[in-house]
Design a binder for this molecule. Sequence first.
Ligand code: COA
Length: 188
Amino acid sequence: MINEKYFETFPQLETKRLILRKQVLADAKDLQAIRSDERVMNFMDSERHTTLQHSEEFISENMKVYKDKKGIFWTLTDRSTNEFIGDFLFRKIDSKNSRAEIGYTLKPEFWGKGLMMEAMIEILRFGFTRLQLHSFEANINPENTSSKGLLLKMGFIKEAYFKENFYYDGKFLDSEIYSLLQKNFKYN
Ligand SMILES: CC(C)(COP(=O)(O)OP(=O)(O)OC[C@H]1O[C@@H](n2cnc3c(N)ncnc32)[C@H](O)[C@@H]1OP(=O)(O)O)[C@@H](O)C(=O)NCCC(=O)NCCS
């Protein structure tokens, strides 16, 4: 069972270079920019946010999911400038099995500086030690080499390869599932 108090008080987190705060409606403009950027969306296999309204609806839906204790949605900001640089989410939180799925995006100008790894270490540490999750999973497009590299570096292992199990934009796509157990998390 998970610790439900984090659905009453949002778990804002901090790292050396980042503040990981609650996603709010005012993030819609930044979210629209990142989720309509082809460099970011290349392997996300989800609809581009072509309008501000799309992003506002996305955020409102995320707020409902948080209220239902099924997900947590963070905005990543640069600690020194307060600038929006990306997002990180837990979704499909499964309280009975203490498991959640993760997802993340970062603005391309911030790639390759170790920032998502820095965010992920702190967020997974929160997930394991405070929310009391037992395991995480990530579902990726097998061609998403940057996401795969990040997951492997974090200690995730590949558990499954599904052939053509995901229909998106007129095609059946393959998926890979990675997982990390609490006992194998290196950054406790
Ligand atoms: C995936 C993503 C978040 C990585 O962010 P990032 O901040 O650049 O990653 P980091 O700098 O923290 O990298 C940590 C490790 O991940 C791996 N990695 C990151 N980018 C990589 C790349 N292009 N190729 C291979 N491995 C990569 C490396 O092991 C890296 O460690 P190293 O720099 O010591 O080699 C970013 O590329 C992104 O936003 N991509 C688009 C959105 C997306 O695909 N999200 C995931 C959906 S499942």
